[in-house]
Write a protein that binds this ligand. Structure first.
Ligand SMILES: [Zn+2]
Length: 171
């Protein structure tokens, strides 16, 4: 397998040097992009940002882990029990759509739940973006959760925005 590559030279952010952007493409049109910053100042800044992001990301993982562990410990069985008497997948799909926990057609709902146990599927919905919606659906409040969800939610927003910006920059 071979990679074709081409280089592009652009000004660095501070204007005192350049950044060499190398784009490579393989036989399956997969691309990868790398950057070499030829400016001391900008290189230092970019390394600082990289370190800060790594620290932030590991803090996010830690907080997320604590949050989900707390939530599952307290609500997972209630959440699964809540749907024990549900009559059909269609009914379940409607309820989840109504509370914006899912956003799918009944066909794609059948498809995504065709090989998974219902309890496993429901447990899989316990993700940070769904926690408050799940509590709302269960008709319960949790002021402790309101407190511990704030920071990871904020960090997630930041990380998502960064990933999106990175994606837009590349494609
Ligand atoms: Zn620079």
């Amino acid at each position: 397998m071979s990679w074709d590559s081409w280089k592009q030279e652009v000004r660095c952010p501070c204007g005192k040097g350049v950044v060499i952007i190398t784009t490579e493409m393989d036989d399956w049109n997969r691309t990868r992009v790398s950057e070499e910053i030829l400016c001391e100042e900008c290189l230092r800044k970019s390394e600082l940002i990289r370190t800060q992001r790594l620290e932030r990301n590991s803090r996010y993982s830690l907080l997320l882990n604590q949050l989900i562990t707390y939530f599952k410990g307290k609500y997972c069985h209630i959440w699964i029990q809540h749907f024990e008497s549900i009559k059909s997948k269609k009914e379940l799909c409607n309820i989840l759509n109504l509370h914006k926990i899912e956003n799918c057609t009944i066909e794609s709902f059948y498809y995504k739940t065709r090989t998974i146990e219902l309890s496993k599927y429901l447990e899989g919905l316990i993700r940070i973006e769904n926690l408050k919606k799940i509590l709302e659906l269960l008709g319960t409040d949790d002021s402790f959760l309101d407190k511990i969800i704030e920071e990871p939610l904020l960090l997630k927003k930041e990380i998502d925005a960064e990933n999106l910006a990175e994606y837009m920059r590349r494609y």
